[in-house]
Design a protein. Sequence first.
Length: 735
Amino acid sequence: MEREILYGTVAAVIFQNPENGYTVLRLKSQDDEQITVVGTIPMTAVGERLAVTGHWTAHASYGKQFEAELLERYMPESRNEILSYLSSRAVKGIGEKTAQRIVAAFGEKSLDVLEHNPELLAQVPGISRAKAAEMSESFKRQVGMRRLIEFMAAHHLPAALAVRLYRAYGEEAVDALQEEPYMLVQPYFGASFSVVDQFAMELGVAEDDPRRVEAGVLFELVFNQSGGHVFIPREKLAAATAALLQLGEDVVQAGIERLCELEQLRLDRVAGLQACYLPQLHEAEVYLSARLKAMCAQAPQPVEDLAQILEEIQREADVTYAPKQLEAICAAAEHQVILVTGGPGTGKTTTMAGILRLFDHMRLKTLLAAPTGRAAQRLSACTGREASTIHRLLEAQFDDESGALCFVHDEAAPLKVDALVVDETSMVDLPLMHALLLALPSRCRLVLVGDPDQLPSVGPGNVFSDLIRSAIIPTVCLTEIFRQARESLIVMNAHAINHGQLPNLGAKNRDFFFLKRRSEEAVVQTIQELCACRLPERMGIPSAEIQVLSPTRKGTCGTRNLNAKLQEVLNPATPGKKEKNNGDFSFREGDRVMQIRNNYDILWKKRDGTGQGAGIFNGDVGQVTAINHAEEQLTVSFDDKVAVYDFAMLSELEPAYAMTVHKSQGSEYRAVVLTAWRGSQYLLTRSVLYTAVTRAKELLIVVGDEGVIAAMTNNDRQTRRYSGLKLRLQGRVGQ
């Protein structure tokens, strides 16, 4: 791809995303040609002069465009350029008429006056001293951002980082970068360590510079959170960091000591290991342990006439609870915190309903929550009561200064609630559970419900399993599979898999089917046929109610390829149907898509026009309803709300005709089609198979190789997660 440099003046700004700086502009070249330039060019204004390095692309709707990779910016110099710049409202408080008066008074020195002698602006009619000071501050912010971008471009750093850097450090951003280049590795900025390391070397940072060593250690700790680890043993951390930095372990060990002294790293002794924690995770684990032990020690007031209340509840609900279900309901009356566990068909939902009726009789204000939007919707549908995500319950938001996730509700502003029931607790990671307990009033009851045999949380920790295995929290395990559930082969096969027994793959007239295929291509073709015609036509299940699952993203049977192949048959290209290419997938009107990270800033409106709000969350699934190339926007309908995405935000969306088993956690689908083909033994595990099977409500079809199903059933590989919660609850940490 051939790169060129274009020189010109910004004639018009067509679109600009203030969050990430993505911009579409018209550049008037030195030959007076109007050129469309797209790319990350934050805070661009009409009248600026640019030198843009990039390459030519062909847009489906708008033709030839120039995609910016690097740029240098120059302030306007001529009277006309300065007038255009100031008239564009780039500077707060200056519109077209004010711009004309300023340029008439100061000519080519107008911008110099704005930056260095703002008091002179008060000589212009209509501008007070206070207003002049505001104008100057706004202009200085523009100048600071330009200088920052030029500095970053010179060092080949992504310009998209400039917006957050300037938000955090203002005009001191360049100085801050030069003093501490490795701050860009922090999660708030999220830059690649290799890119930042190269930048630091260009600044003259030595290989064994303490800043580099300490940044490497912290990077490894943050990176390993993606594997679910709460801490890393010191020896492993030193070895991994030494390999990353290509330094001796003694140098890294010295860096670990310095970080401990700076309180940026915490050391504790867990299971005979020196455990290295990030402070926030250590604090979360310590608090969680102390709070739960205190809740276990604090017995609530006995419920009078409990037996009579239970009889009344059963009479009202026209149900007779099984012994274990009654045990769980009684435990909710007798303890401040309890755990309720069980697999499919064991009556967890019925038990939760009984606990809710008990709390109603006790006149407790009770709230229901789940980790994901889908899980919350399912909980609400099962109980007939409103349920919300934990994030929405706590009113999650981003701190503008630090960029960190924070919550409105915490110890200082607890929830107004007497009892909280949380479903799908196996999905809740350590930081989220910490935030949840911080927000609970001291006497609030807590019921945690879940299936510990499903996949653990994506984030750090193995909280639900650790709580159960600690054996200090009252726990009721529902084991009886009820008669109606025993009629489902989905349920019976799920329990067989969980016990290491091969599922029944030979049934022809039940709700669990296996279709043997001898090649990857045949697997994909069969899945296309099932989703497009066989299930809709023969079983009356619409394509929209079928979810394809795969253990992996990669390969022919992975979700990337499956999504492209399913789009071909479920939403093919047709004249008039708009598309937007993003990476290796073209989003098309009508596509099923999924949000892949929590974003608390995306605005949405209710489809019926009755309300609006902010926040679309990881795992939310919707449909693309409109693509507007002129506005560079894509509209997605999520159940009862509609959100608009700028094209620059499309990395937050993925096609969702097929998704990984991990992404399906907490959801339930009318029909599931599961691929079974050879792959990594780290993904082809019993827990992945069990989780996939338990996602199906009415129908499960497995397509592929029965040998893979056998291998998954036998592969009880449990990826070890470094967590001290279980031992901490047992009082065995620090020994």
